[in-house]
Design a protein around this ligand. Sequence first.
Ligand code: SAM
Length: 201
Amino acid sequence: MRSKLKTNRDFNGVNDKLYFLVKEYIELIGVDRITQNLIEVQQVIEYLKNRKFNKYADVGLSFSGSLWLYANLLCSETANVWGIDIRVMNSTATIIKDTLKKKGQSVKLIQGDSKYIGKQLKEKFDLVHIDAQHGYGDVSEDFFIYYNKLIKNGVIILHDTLLQQGCIQFRKELEKTHNIITFSSGEERTMGVSVVIKEEK
Ligand SMILES: C[S@@+](CC[C@H](N)C(=O)[O-])C[C@H]1O[C@@H](n2cnc3c(N)ncnc32)[C@H](O)[C@@H]1O
């Protein structure tokens, strides 16, 4: 049974799984600080169907909204999760980290520039969500750094590809060279989420 939550978010068309994850987040953090559009997240989940990821990097953590949703919805119960941000919001991130840990996942929070950290990390990922700086140069650099760290058939989710000019320009460029699909909430100010699957070569 859905109750009224402490948020202005519209849950029209949003499935129960997502609704209850947002509810759990608000209970943990006290306020809805998730900056993802739930309809777009839902479309991404449906598109990736039954895939479960084991090594997920969330680039541009902010208040851990995307990390919370994608770690719960797309990752295995014992997945390794990295949260990377130039400024880690420690109290929120720690609550999210500890909660995911109780559920079985392992979460590492890394404070630093996404490009610098991306180049340093030795791990290979099967899922990366990019939502840090939104200028064309930044988003393209983040993309190629983390694309290099992706296993074959791994997935990159790019945020704001219908909203931010730099992300729009980069998305259009990727459409010419990569297997990419973009989801929209259909609203006037849709953010847009694009999914790129690294093809086998
Ligand atoms: C739009 S917010 C991310 C929202 C988050 N994904 C969510 O779902 O709530 C962008 C984040 O990127 C971070 N950021 C900006 N520049 C960065 C950089 N060079 N390296 C890493 N993180 C950066 C900001 O500190 C901010 O927390």
